[in-house]
Ligand binder design. Sequence first.
Ligand code: MG
Ligand code: MG
Length: 256
Amino acid sequence: MIYLKTDEEIELLRENNILVSKTLAEVGRHIKPGVTAKQLDKIADEFIRSHGATPAFLGYQGYPASITVSVNEQVVHGIPSDKVVIKEGDVVSVDIGTFMKGFVGDSAYTFAVGEIADDVRQLLDVTKEALYRGTAQAKAGNRVGDISAAVQDYAESFGYGVVRELEGHGLGRKMHESPGVPNYGLRGRGPVLKEGMVICIEPMITMGSRAIVFERDGWTVRTRDRKPAAHYEFAVAIRKDGPDVLTDFSIIEQSL
Ligand code: MG
Ligand code: MG
């Protein structure tokens, strides 16, 4: 069942995703050599609560923290711990969810710590561009496969891996609604996009093989070959005149 949102509901989803953007910016300001993932989690938790929301990830299917922090070869769902100490040259993917006024926000950003290798910088840039290319297809009358193919084709043209086991999703009163939004697929396939749909598009792209491993903590996903991965996510409403991005990466990028 795909829930179509009213304009008022889309504005509540925007409020949530702007708060997520601001929280990502706040976390990003603190990502420096020596900070621990656990400290970043605390910063985000306090920031979200001080803005009248609750962290949507905490307790979700038993998840034990407020955000996810995935470093280098970790793709997504890294559990913040005080054993994870950020260092120069790392790439740090942060995924954050909020719950406020009955709706959920969900967005992610990969941060570079100081100087990173040129090939890793390219991985980040391509992953973000893949997100934008997918988003350009998010318009009424297109199909989910048009988004998927745009993401996949761009990422694979650089020889990168596209993670298939995890995907984007509808967003609303629940964090994961229909439809699923895979990062690979065929143009013209999948559910038709309709005005009022809100979806999260979230490419998870690997520098080497797309094969992943689930760590024994039950959450952390890493690349099998331990090469780096990147993850960018934002929420998009399908409107009459095209995609309406509810997350604001410029809030994050201005703070860096
Ligand atoms: Mg997310
Ligand atoms: Mg998501």
